[in-house]
Design a protein around this ligand. Structure first.
Ligand code: PLP
Ligand code: ZN
Length: 422
C-alpha cells in the first residue's frame, strides 16, 4: 500500500478508507480493496470537519467543483488542485419536456456536457489526478468506455503528467480522436471494456506500473468522490435544498451512488434541510445487468456481454452494481432499461424540447424517464432532476439519420419559394 507522501498543508476532512462491505477502516492511501474481505473501499469523513463547512464559504469559492473542497478528500490546498474549471454546469428548467411527459412538478436537466471535455468524467478525473499527485504517482492511467479516456488524457496534458489510457478498440471515432489529440499514450484493446478493465488490474500489479495511478482502480475511492459534486451543485443551484427525486445513467453504478452519498453528506454537514428523495437508475437494454437484478428482486448482479449504441455505459460487470441497487431500493425508486431505438428517441426528445444535445448515455436517461412515467413508476408531481452526463457530438453517428437540412436552396427568394418555405 502506498501511504500519502505529500499531504496537503490544510488538513483534509477525509478520515479513513472505509470498506463498503464490512465497515473495516484503513489509513488514507492508494488502496481500493479491503484487506479483510476484498470489498471496495470508499472515503469516510470526520463529521466535525464536514460540519465546519458553511454555505457562505462555498459561495465565495471558485466557480468550479473546487468550491466544495471542504467536502472532498483532496485539494484543500489550492496549489495541489488539478483545476480545468470543471463543474458549476447549468441546471436547466425543462418545462417543455415536463409538459410533454405529463409532469405537474418541475423537471430539471443537470447538463454536465458543459464540462471542459464534455462529460461528467471531468469531475472524477479532477479529484483523481489531484489525489494521484498528492499520493506521489508519476504517471496516470485508466480503463475507459470513452469519456474517461477523453478526460484523463486532457487533464494529464494540462498538468504535464504522462498518461496511458486503455479503451476498447471499437469506440466511437469522436471519442478516440478526442483522446489521441491530447498526446498521451492511447491503447486500443481488442475486447470489451470488461476485458480492458481486467488487463488494467493485471498491469497494476506489475513493477512497471508501480508509479502509475489508475484513476478508476487504485485511486478509485478518491475518483468516485468527484461525482458527489453533481449532487452538491444541484442542491446549491436549487437554493440549498435536495430535489424530491433524480434519474441517473449507470455503467459501473458509481455516479448514481455518489450523488446519493453527496446528498446525505450535505445534510450531515448542516448545509441543507433534512429531506427524503428517490433515486432512479437508467441502463440500456444492450447492457442492463443492474436494471435486470432490480427487476428480478435480486441483490446479485449477473455479468452480461454488452451490446448497443450507448457505448459509454457498456460495463457488463459493474463494480458498484450492488450499491446502486441499495441506493434505489432504500429510497423507494426504480430502474429501467431502454433499447437503441428508444435511446435515439430520447436524444431527440431532449434536443427538441430543451435545446440540449446529449450523447447516447443522455438518451438512455431521458428514455428511461419516459418509460418510468408511462409505467406509472415515477411520481410526476415530484420535482425531478435528470442528469445529462455527456455531449451529443461525441456519438453523432447514432442520430445522424434524418438529421439533415429541411431543404437545400439557391440563395434567392425564388429558391425559398421553390422549397415551399415562402
Ligand atoms: C456519459 C456517461 N454517463 C454515465 C456514465 C456512468 O458512470 P458510472 O460508471 O459511474 O456508472 C458514464 C461512464 O463511463 C459515462 O461515460
Ligand atoms: Zn471489508
Amino acid at each position: 500500500m502506498t501511504v500519502l507522501l505529500d499531504r496537503p498543508i490544510v488538513p483534509s476532512p477525509a478520515s479513513a478508507l472505509v470498506c463498503r462491505n464490512c465497515g473495516a477502516q484503513f489509513p488514507l492511501g492508494a488502496q481500493h480493496a479491503c484487506f479483510e474481505c476484498f470489498g471496495p473501499l470508499e472515503i469516510g469523513y470526520d463529521p466535525t470537519a464536514l460540519a465546519r463547512v458553511t454555505r457562505e464559504e462555498i459561495e465565495a469559492g471558485p466557480h468550479s467543483l473546487w468550491r466544495y473542497a471542504g467536502l472532498l478528500p483532496v485539494g484543500q490546498n489550492p496549489a495541489t488542485r488539478v483545476d480545468s474549471g470543471t463543474g458549476m454546469t447549468p441546471l436547466i428548467r425543462a418545462d417543455r419536456l415536463a409538459d410533454e411527459l405529463g409532469f405537474t412538478a418541475p423537471v430539471w436537466i443537470k447538463d454536465d456536457s458543459a464540462n471542459p471535455t464534455h462529460s461528467f468524467k471531468d469531475r472524477v478525473v479532477s479529484v483523481a489526478i489531484t489525489a494521484a499527485r498528492e499520493l506521489g504517482f508519476e504517471r496516470i492511467a485508466c480503463a475507459s468506455t470513452g469519456n474517461l479516456a477523453n478526460s484523463v488524457a486532457a487533464h494529464a496534458a494540462r498538468v504535464g503528467m504522462p498518461s496511458i489510457v486503455f479503451i476498447p478498440a471499437d469506440l466511437e471515432p469522436a471519442k478516440i480522436i478526442q483522446t489521441a489529440i491530447y498526446g498521451g499514450t492511447l491503447v486500443g484493446v481488442e475486447g470489451s471494456y470488461d476485458d480492458v478493465n481486467r488487463l488494467c488490474s493485471e498491469l497494476g500489479e506489475t513493477d512497471e506500473f508501480e508509479n502509475t495511478g489508475f484513476v478508476n482502480l487504485n485511486v478509485r475511492p478518491y475518483y468516485a468522490e468527484g461525482s458527489k459534486t453533481l449532487g452538491f451543485e444541484v442542491a446549491e443551484q436549487l437554493g440549498w435544498r435536495i430535489p424530491g427525486q433524480y434519474v441517473a445513467p449507470m455503467a459501473s453504478g458509481s455516479m448514481l451512488t455518489k450523488i446519493h452519498k453527496g446528498f446525505k453528506e450535505l445534510i450531515e454537514a448542516g448545509l441543507v434541510p433534512a429531506s427524503s428523495w428517490r433515486v432512479y437508475g437508467a441502463q440500456s437494454a444492450g447492457c442492463a445487468p443492474i436494471a435486470t437484478a432490480f427487476a428480478d428482486g435480486s441483490a446479485d448482479v449477473q455479468p452480461v456481454k454488452p451490446t448497443g449504441i450507448a457505448k459509454s455505459l457498456n460495463i457488463g460487470s459493474p463494480a458498484d452494481g450492488p450499491y446502486a441497487l441499495d441506493a434505489v431500493r432504500s429510497t423507494g425508486g426504480s430502474m429501467a432499461a431502454v433499447d437503441d431505438d428508444e435511446i435515439r428517441a430520447g436524444v431527440r426528445l431532449l434536443a427538441r424540447t430543451t435545446g440540449v444535445f446529449a450523447e447516447t448515455a443522455g438518451g438512455v436517461t431521458v428514455a428511461v424517464l419516459r418509460k418510468l412515467v408511462e409505467a406509472g413508476e415515477i411520481d410526476t408531481s415530484i420535482e425531478t432532476v435528470v442528469f445529462n452526463t455527456g455531449e451529443g457530438l461525441k456519438t453523432i453517428d447514432a442520430v445522424s439519420e434524418g438529421a439533415v437540412p429541411t431543404a437545400i436552396i439557391q440563395p434567392t427568394l425564388k429558391g425559398m419559394r421553390a422549397a415551399g418555405l415562402l
